[in-house]
Design a protein around this ligand. Structure first.
Ligand SMILES: C[S@@+](CC[C@H](N)C(=O)[O-])C[C@H]1O[C@@H](n2cnc3c(N)ncnc32)[C@H](O)[C@@H]1O
Length: 315
C-alpha cells in the first residue's frame, strides 16, 4: 500500500506504537522487568505515573506467562505471529533464552515496519541476533526477511494481504501462537472478525492471545474512550462488553476454546513474589485507580487443537 493512501486516522493509530514503546521503556528503567532491547526503539521519555507503569508490567508479565505456557507445550518447533507488532522486542528476548522459535513473523503497517527495519539495521546488538552463521538478512522495501525472522508490512484490515505476507514469511503447519497486544481495538469489529476467522481456519494447533480494553460501558470506560478520541485515535473495536463476551466472540470465529479475564484477575493470579516486588518499586497514591484500570483491560486466550487446550490462567 502506498503511503499516500494512509488516512490521518491511520497516522494516529501508528503513533500509539511510539507511546506504548515509551511507556515500556519507562517501566523497564524503573526495574519492573528486564528488556535489554527496548532502549533501541524508544527515546527516554517523561516518567509515567505509577499506575501506568504497573499496568504495563501486568500486561507484559501476563503475555509472557502465556507465551511461556505455549512454548512449554510446543518446544521450539513452532511459530509466533505478532499482529500489529509495533516495536515489540519479544523476538530478541526469546533469543536470549533457550526458547527461540523456528519462525517469528511480525506484521504492522509498512510505516512501522520500515522504521523497525531501520532501527534493526543501525544497531549491531539487534542485527546480530537475527543473523545466523552464513545466514542472509534481506532488507527490502521496509521489510526484513531472515532465516527464522520476518518483519513485514501489511494492513490487518485486508485479509488477502495478511495471507500473502504470511506465505512470503514462510508461515507453515507448525503449532502457532498469535499475539494481538493492543491492536484489534483499532480495527472495526467486522474487519477483526474476518482476520481472526481466517487465521483460526489456517492453523490446526493455535493459541491466540488478545490484550485490550473491555467493560467500557461505565463512566470510567467513557473517560478512556474520550481520551482516545481527543488524541484523534479511532478505536472502533473498543469493547463495551465484559471479557466473557470477547471469549464468546472468538468461539464463534472458529476457536475450540476461549477464556478471558480482566486484568484485576490476572494481577491476582501472578505469583505473590512478582506482585510484591512490583508493589515495592513504586508506592501507589490511589490503589483504586489501578484497580479501575485493571478492570477495563482484558486478556483473552483462545485455542484450537488438543496440544494447547489446557493453557489457562494459573491461580
Ligand atoms: C498500541 S500499538 C501496540 C504495539 C505492540 N503490539 C505492543 O503492544 O507494544 C498498536 C500497533 O498496532 C498497529 N496496527 C493497528 N492497526 C493496524 C492495521 N490495520 N494494520 C497493521 N497494523 C496495525 C499499529 O501500527 C501499532 O503499531
Amino acid at each position: 500500500m502506498d503511503s499516500s493512501m494512509w488516512s490521518t486516522e491511520d497516522e494516529a493509530i501508528i503513533t500509539t506504537n511510539t507511546e506504548a514503546t515509551e511507556c515500556k521503556r519507562c517501566a523497564v528503567e524503573l526495574g519492573y522487568w528486564k528488556d535489554e532491547y527496548i532502549c533501541y526503539f524508544a527515546k527516554r521519555g517523561e516518567r509515567k505515573a505509577p499506575e501506568i507503569n504497573r499496568g504495563y508490567y501486568a500486561r507484559v508479565r501476563a503475555m509472557e506467562m502465556f507465551i511461556h505456557q505455549f512454548l512449554e507445550r510446543c518446544g521450539t518447533k513452532c511459530q509466533i505471529i505478532n499482529l500489529g507488532c509495533g516495536f515489540d522486542t519479544l523476538y530478541w528476548r526469546l533469543k536470549d533464552t533457550t526458547q527461540a522459535v523456528s519462525n517469528f513473523i511480525e506484521l504492522d503497517f509498512p510505516a512501522v515496519t520500515s522504521k523497525k527495519c531501520h532501527i534493526i539495521k543501525r544497531n549491531k546488538q539487534l542485527l546480530e541476533k537475527i543473523c545466523k552463521e552464513d545466514g542472509e538478512v534481506a532488507f527490502r522495501a521496509g521489510e526484513l526477511h531472515a532465516d527464522g525472522y520476518h518483519l513485514v508490512g501489511c494492513d490487518l484490515r485486508c485479509p488477502g494481504e495478511v495471507r500473502r505476507q504470511l506465505a512470503a514469511a514462510g508461515a507453515g503447519a507448525l503449532p502457532t501462537l498469535l499475539l494481538a497486544e493492543c491492536v484489534l481495538v483499532y480495527l472495526r469489529p467486522a474487519a477483526a472478525d474476518a482476520l481472526l476467522r481466517e487465521l483460526a481456519a489456517a492453523f490446526a494447533q493455535l493459541a491466540l492471545l488478545v490484550y485490550e480494553q473491555c467493560n467500557l460501558a461505565d463512566r470510567f470506560g467513557d473517560v478512556m474512550r474520550r481520551q482516545l478520541g481527543a488524541r484523534g485515535v479511532p478505536a472502533p473495536g473498543a469493547h463495551a462488553a465484559p471479557p466473557a463476551a470477547q471469549a464468546a466472540r472468538l468461539l464463534a470465529l472458529g476457536f475450540d476454546a476461549a477464556r478471558a479475564w480482566d486484568m484485576e484477575a490476572v494481577w491476582r493470579a501472578l505469583p505473590d513474589d512478582d506482585r510484591a516486588r512490583a508493589e515495592r518499586l513504586e508506592p501507589l497514591d490511589e490503589r483504586e485507580l489501578l484497580q479501575q484500570l485493571h478492570r477495563h483491560y482484558a486478556l483473552t486466550l483462545a485455542t484450537r487443537g488438543a496440544l494447547l487446550a489446557d493453557m489457562d490462567l494459573l491461580c
